[in-house]
Design a binder for this molecule. Structure first.
Ligand code: CIR
Length: 253
């Protein structure tokens, strides 16, 4: 069960965020509105939401999931792989301090975006990507070990982050597409296969028995419902334009 979430209001400068999507520039006012609706959806799942102020110095900082990993036993401030995102960790470190939880750091030469980290009970899968390197993943492994938690790595081929391609929906159910459908390291999961034309919806978020699903992906929504979950559709079209998915917009703990 999660009780809280941290989100960060998008800044106007999000228009200059990193993107490979070729979907055009985000509409800032619409992004703000969608962000408010996203917060509402988190509240519908029973979470108390901490909302951090926007920071114009960091165009991608609304994708707060990448800057910190919060486990039930500690928080780990990451070292984001994209140079323009490194400084995003400063504000989240201050917030974590206020929350008074044990806090660790990933350090150079290790890089790690927490969008590459998927929690499955006490085990953490770490995607090795353009953002997360082996050094970052081994630092993570050592930190988790200290808290009685474990991790393993999965090398990524075609996706930005591990959770771009898979989402753990608890009860051994794993939403997945493309390279992850037949991945040997994931063969013990009950795979819910997302069609290629709805691949964006492979990034959905389990929260306390409900699943947030991006709006506009009816086949995936139907499949998740058929697996026994109540779904909440959330429109995040403006964040998709910056390669961001639903999970990237919050830390849930
Ligand atoms: C980036 O490229 O870093 C941002 N434009 C998108 C980050 C999305 N985060 C995520 O998938 N965890």
């Amino acid at each position: 069960m999660f009780t809280r979430a941290i989100v960060k209001t998008p800044c106007r400068n999000m228009l200059n965020g990193i993107s490979t999507a070729s979907l055009g520039k985000p509409d800032y006012d619409l992004a703000l509105k969608q962000h408010k609706n996203y917060i509402f959806a988190l509240k519908q799942c029973g979470l108390t939401v901490i909302v951090l102020d926007p920071d114009e110095n960091f165009p991608d900082s609304t994708f707060i999931e990448d800057a910190c990993l919060i486990t039930p036993r500690c928080a780990i401030i990451t070292n984001p792989g994209a140079p323009s995102r490194r400084g995003e960790t400063i504000q989240i470190s201050e917030t974590i301090k206020e929350l008074d939880m044990p806090c660790e750091n990933i350090q150079n030469p290790g890089t790690l975006d927490a969008g590459d980290i998927m929690m499955v009970k006490d085990h953490y899968f770490a995607g090795l990507s353009d953002r997360t390197n082996i050094e970052g993943a081994s630092q993570l492994n050592l930190i988790l070990k200290k808290y009685g938690l474990t991790s393993s790595t999965i090398a990524l081929k075609n996706v930005l982050h591990l959770k771009t391609g898979i989402s753990y929906l608890e009860n051994n159910n794993l939403l997945a597409f493309g390279e992850f459908l037949t991945h040997p390291l994931l063969s013990n999961f009950n795979i819910l296969a997302v069609d290629q034309d709805e691949s964006y919806a492979a990034n959905s978020v389990w929260i306390n028995g409900k699943v947030l699903v991006p709006m506009g992906f009816p086949k995936t929504n139907k499949m998740i419902k058929a697996a026994g979950y109540q779904t909440i559709e959330v429109d995040v079209s403006e964040f998709r334009k910056l390669d961001g998915g639903l999970s990237c917009l919050s830390l849930r703990f």
